[in-house]
Design a protein around this ligand. Sequence first.
Ligand code: 2AM
Ligand code: CA
Ligand code: CA
Ligand code: CA
Length: 283
Amino acid sequence: AEFLHPDEQKFFDVALGLVQTAGRLVRDAFDTPTSVVMIKSSSTDLVTETDQAVEKMLIDGLSKAFPDHKFIGEESVSGGAKIEFTDAPTWIIDPIDGTTNFVHRIPMIAICVGLTIKKQLRAGIVFNPITRELYTAQTGRGAFKNGFPIHVSNNKTINTSVLCASMGIHNVKAMGGKWLEMAQSNIRKQIEAGVRGHRSFGSAAINMIMVSQGCVDAYVEYGLHAWDMAAPAVVLLEAGGVMFDPSGSDFNLMGRKILCAATKELAMEISSKLTHADFEPEA
Ligand code: 2AM
Ligand code: CA
Ligand code: CA
Ligand code: CA
């Protein structure tokens, strides 16, 4: 596989070292919960001092190593600000995906660091520092869990699949009852179509990782941001998975929604059953 930039391997190696250090920060805070919890837009939208410290540490480290790189980080993007996404090497960072899990000491959280160059996904690092599961991928070079290759399932039909579709609780608050109805009706349709089971892990990245390693067969979600999806998207694609907009059209990293699956057949079957939101997320 060709690199888009001559220093791409170095970019990845530096990021990986920083993520491992960040993992120790998060693990220490998880075991000794002194972290201050702050409410952002509502009681379902939390941030802790650990989220902020980890994001700062990653951005400081990467910008010191690569002064001309750009950053899109959850805790650095101030409310409602338009995200500037350019051709420059860009690190897309979620310091803790699954902050509610973190605050409630549920061990399903992920540090997510993705890299785009010329707006193309190039590398993804997704690290659960509690279970010490490290998922890495570089475009064209495969996906790995703690160094061992991972692959999606071969499932092509709903009735042999375990699906993941979160209720999008954030969107319920932002968009009112209409949203709840849509989320419920989509899950209901999947159950009626004979799905084998439903799971949701409270972290968009872990949901995507579950598809990447063949545990779950597909995942659909509205309301996500680029930092939830960038890093796990590289892992998913390199693990052989597919990614679309829930409507079945092309995936857009900035489009705030995703349908990912083990196979295109399964993705299209799910897409055909969904009520598609006229989706204008507020936050
Ligand atoms: P976070 O923990 O980084 O905030 C379950 O809550 C998942 O949804 C997490 O991955 C969480 O990311 C993400 N999430 C946060 N805000 C959201 C929103 N407005 N819409 C959809 N998902 C959101
Ligand atoms: Ca958040
Ligand atoms: Ca997130
Ligand atoms: Ca986060």
